[in-house]
Design a protein around this ligand. Structure first.
Ligand code: AKG
Ligand code: FE2
Length: 238
């Protein structure tokens, strides 16, 4: 695996269509970003205690049911390469969003520069996670905010094969609409594919201009089997 491969896979996405999906519902499926072998490698890595800085039992915090582990830095090569390749693709989209919302887009051109700023602001801890759900597990609707420094889009990669490794376990987005009931959108993320989605809100056009609609994400109950995923958030944590 080399940086060239991952970069080329990320480049293969139809980024205009991804932006359209993000604009419309706050989420969009990406092409296959990791091979079956790379997915298996990360699933195996889940057992390697030395690679993680902390482990969260989701039921204990009432985050749902299942477990996730924060990867320690340095990240595995594919994880680092994915983050580096995805950041500059997501950047123009989040700059457009903030411009629509009348906010200053504060993010620099490179991920390393952005992470330096997070670290200066006291958000120094790694945020890339591996998640594991067994039958009956689920992820409650939430937003991945870890402090004032926020990159508004994130990516999850399904390390398992829907329909074969697990049933259920759909990715969910729920948008809280102003003065109306909420809207739900579900995604089946194919094996090794990514899904780009909003971390906390989406710009919505109204008669009075643009406003930000809160969007939460989660995972529906896994009915059978096991589902692993890789969660990539672009800000670090306090
Ligand atoms: O397992 C998933 O598909 C979603 C996990 C999640 O909450 C995230 O990546 O932020
Ligand atoms: Fe999340």
């Amino acid at each position: 695996m080399s940086a060239v491969d991952i970069g080329a896979r990320v480049a293969e996405a139809d980024w205009d269509a991804v932006e359209d999906g993000l604009d419309a519902v706050g989420g969009a499926v990406l092409p296959q970003l990791l091979t079956a072998a790379e997915c298996a490698g990360l699933r195996m890595l889940y057992r390697d205690d030395d690679r993680f800085r902390s482990t969260i039992d989701m039921a204990r915090y009432r985050f749902g049911s299942g477990e996730y582990r924060y990867l320690s830095r340095p990240y595995p090569e594919v994880v680092e390469e994915l983050k580096q390749a995805l950041y500059p693709r997501l950047l123009p989209i989040v700059r457009n969003w903030w411009t629509r919302l009348g906010r200053a887009p504060e993010w620099p051109d490179s991920l390393d520069e952005w992470l330096d700023r997070c670290h200066l602001a006291g958000q120094t801890r790694s945020t890339a996670i591996l998640l594991r759900y067994g039958a009956g597990d689920w992820n409650a609707l939430h937003r991945d905010l870890y402090g004032d420094m926020v990159f508004p889009l994130q990516v999850v990669v399904n390390l398992s094969e829907p329909g074969a490794d697990h049933t259920g376990g759909e990715f969910l987005l729920v948008e809280q609409r102003a003065r109306a009931q909420s809207r739900g959108t579900s995604f089946t993320v194919p094996h090794g594919h990514g899904l780009a989605f909003t971390t906390s809100e989406r710009p919505v056009a109204s008669a009075r201009g643009w406003s930000a609609a809160p969007v939460r994400h989660g995972v529906s109950t896994v009915h059978s089997g096991e589902r692993f995923s890789l969660g990539l958030v672009f800000h670090d944590a306090a």
